[in-house]
Design a protein around this ligand. Sequence first.
Ligand code: PLP
Length: 386
Amino acid sequence: MSTRPLLMIPGPIEIEAGVQVAMARGSLSHLDPEFMQAFSRVLTRSRDVFGAPTGQPFVIAGSGTLAMEMAAANLVERGDAALVIDTGFFGDRMARILERHGATVTRVGGVLGAASSIDEVSAALASSGATIVTITHVDTSTGVLAPVREYAALARERGALVIVDGVCSVGGEDLRMDEWGVDLALTASQKALGAPPGLAVLVAGPRAMEKWRARKTPVGAFYVDFGEWLPVMEAYEHGRVAYFGTPPVQLIAALDASLASLVAEGMDTRCDRHRRIAHAFRSAWTALELQMLPINESVTAHTLSAVYYPQGVDAALVARVREHGVVIAGGLHPAARTKYFRVGHMGSTGLPEILTTVGAVERALAASGWSAAMSGRGVAAAEKAW
Ligand SMILES: *Cc1c(COP(=O)(O)O)cnc(C)c1O
């Protein structure tokens, strides 16, 4: 067995060999033409990946949380009413960030494993008078997939700006910013984009840029101000260089390699593959008589599984699975942290990773005394579904 276990958590994820090689190259100057070309490709391809031909991409050093903060810092002014559609831990984080930047936040949802109905969102929009709506596309704490397209249409009807936290979805779930009326979407490099952690990736559509341009007060934080980064992004994309803060040259090279791989696969094919992966995992969980956190299939993410421990099994399972060579994650949502585990299945995952992971979970469950896991039916079900 290899010395490094297979990493199947919802980020960071396993990275392809080509991405590792790109990352391991010697330093280039951030003013070098070769780096300029790599950065240019990253920016151009981000539009494809986000389905945002009219969007303005920003790629800066930081994690997904920085991308969330960048969205709030640029789009919120004190007293703006914001509606957070809460499907888990990361909705709560978004609410706190928006509040920090001066928004008056109303929340809708928050029922574990569920996504608010269209009627609930519609009513909350009306009563809150929100001019900004935030949606977590896939909440990584619950494995809930939100109906972004439907929510965005409602928000747009009322003229509200739509922000999507796509940290656990972009590159794995279908997202079409322009077509669906999403004004800003953001992610980080280490999840479905398949690069190492360290880059915040954000695409702002025309209405978001307009809202930022029309601000009456300056952006409250220097490092995330669109105004500082816009000339840099525009320069690199169009074959020039510019400086605001030193870009992480190796990480940009790694993201360049992973986005090349995404674009080569094609976003539709890639999203289909993620649906197939999720289906194979779901079939295994069902065969093992396990229950998933999302309350039904229509709100179940394709980039990760959140699964309750069965009767008699507890969070010690995660360490047991590790002994079988696979790293999975425990629970994250405060209301059920010790009651479930999570398996990330994004990026270049295919049948070998699915079978290895299901096999490891199955053996660990069997060792914990769960009788449904004693006949190998989880692996068989996953293979059959694939
Ligand atoms: C991981 C994640 C974040 C936070 O990203 P970091 O890179 O850990 O800061 C935000 N939102 C969602 C949906 C996530 O999955």
